[in-house]
Design a protein. Structure first.
Length: 128
């Protein structure tokens, strides 16, 4: 089941972590993994749903981050020279961002679901 509230939270986390990691100089992948873990943990409905929701959060967040980076690229780097990329380059850029971020969101969603399952089992065994 798709939980849109957690997907929006995950997408916003992808964008926030992406901006922070871009400014610091880290790879953008770690923020996507972290947000996927958060989404997978919050969904709390098995591995399949954690992976699906992590995929959607990574996809939406990757597209939002790609659009944001492209707008900053146009505004900051090309104010004097109007050299907008070809439509094919834009499509490939956004498609690449979507594929990479959705993959790592899926992995993060699986890990988050696993953490939730292990944590729940651990808490259940302590309470017995």
């Amino acid at each position: 089941m798709i939980n849109w509230r957690f997907n929006i939270i995950g997408a916003v986390l992808v964008v926030v972590f992406g901006i922070l990691q871009f400014l610091i100089g880290f790879d953008l992948i770690w923020g996507t993994l972290a947000s996927g873990i958060v989404v997978g943990y919050l969904v709390n409905n098995g591995f399949k749903n954690g992976a699906i929701n992590g995929f959607i959060a990574g996809l939406i967040g990757g597209l939002m981050l790609g659009i944001l980076f492209y707008l900053v690229y146009i505004i900051v780097l090309h104010t004097s020279n109007i050299d907008i990329s070809s439509p094919l380059q834009l499509i490939l850029f956004f498609f690449g961002m979507a594929v990479i971020f959705s993959f790592f969101g899926t992995v993060g969603g699986l890990v988050g679901s696993l953490i939730k399952k292990l944590w729940t089992n651990k808490m259940n065994s302590i309470n017995r």
